[in-house]
Design a protein around this ligand. Structure first.
Ligand SMILES: Cc1ncc(COP(=O)(O)O)c(C=O)c1O
Length: 296
């Protein structure tokens, strides 16, 4: 696939017609909201909590709204950085077993576990009713645009048809380069190296929040690239974004990750790309912005 983003588009193309119900986490990955929205479904959401999907809300959605599929990111979710517990994955699979809803498991961050103890995928508990997609973007290079999907045969056969209609095939040169990279480098070593660095940077960001803005609740990622924080009452994420840009510190306001207009008090922060010195400086600027807005 041309990145795992293409899997989202093609999957929606296969499954969704205008007005069809589909489920996803709240907050949800912006790129999936965009990809699905083009097919005009009705998007229903389930709150994503520290240990995964709220099981009661999930069961109610699946049984009442009958979504064609439910899209989730059990590992280091974008935007929250949350990871479903093993029990939550099993509960999600058990609930789906008695329904026709397919589970779309987006595993874009699955290799980026800090503690190297990944949980079993939901697909493991639901082999014939789940698909899983992944990406080389987060572990090799996003510019190569190479992603993959693992799905039951009937779904793959439908996928082949829409993939061919979309672009005939993914770029061969990129795939050859990736093949050469994978066969001449130790990918596991590389992943160990980057996750060690990401873990340090994530901890730094969390510690700075705890030291300077202890009233702010933030997630505690076990992997991935993002964490999210809830702003003190009365401070809008949009205003923090605007003020932050003026101070040259970038955070993403939560709004686009909520299909129902929520997220006005949440921000997403990336800890993987900036060096530690820049993270420290950026967090100090962000702290000043939030403190100043809190005094208004
Ligand atoms: C959760 C998630 N899924 C899929 C993607 C798409 O990645 P790519 O198309 O580069 O594989 C991203 C990109 O950030 C993502 O965060």
């Amino acid at each position: 696939m041309n990145g795992s983003q293409q899997c989202l588009d093609l999957f929606a193309k296969i499954f969704l017609n205008s007005g069809d119900p589909v489920g996803m986490e709240r907050p949800g990955y912006l790129g999936a909201i965009e990809a699905f929205s083009l097919y005009e479904p009705v998007i229903h959401t389930v709150p994503l909590e520290d240990k995964g999907l709220d099981p009661i809300a999930f069961e109610s959605l699946v049984k009442k709204d009958l979504p064609k599929f439910f899209y989730g990111i059990p590992n280091s979710q974008n935007p929250s950085g949350r990871t479903y517990s093993q029990e939550n994955r099993k509960a999600v699979a058990d609930i789906l077993k008695s329904t026709d809803t397919v589970f779309y498991e987006d595993d874009a961050f699955g290799e980026l576990f800090f503690d190297a103890r990944p949980r079993l995928p939901v697909k493991k508990f639901l082999p014939d009713q789940a698909v899983i997609s992944g990406s080389f973007s987060k572990i090799v290079a996003p510019g190569m645009r190479i992603g993959w999907m693992y799905a039951p045969k009937e779904i793959i056969m439908r996928f082949n048809v829409v993939k061919q209609a979309a672009d005939l095939h993914s770029n061969f040169l990129s795939q050859m380069i990736l093949y050469r990279y994978l066969t001449t480098n130790n990918l596991d070593d590389h992943i160990r190296k980057i996750t060690r660095v990401y873990q340090r940077k994530c901890r730094l960001m969390c510690d700075l929040f705890d030291d300077f803005l202890p009233q702010i609740a933030h997630t505690h990622p076990e992997g991935g690239m993002f964490l999210s924080a809830t702003l003190p009452p009365g401070i809008s994420s949009r205003v923090v974004f605007d003020e932050g840009v003026r101070q040259k510190v970038a955070v993403l306001p939560g709004l686009p990750f909520y299909v129902d207009g929520g997220g006005t008090d949440t921000i997403r922060l990336n800890f993987s790309s900036a060096p530690e010195k820049q993270i420290t400086e950026g967090m100090h600027r962000l702290v000043q912005v939030i403190r100043r807005l809190g005094k208004r």
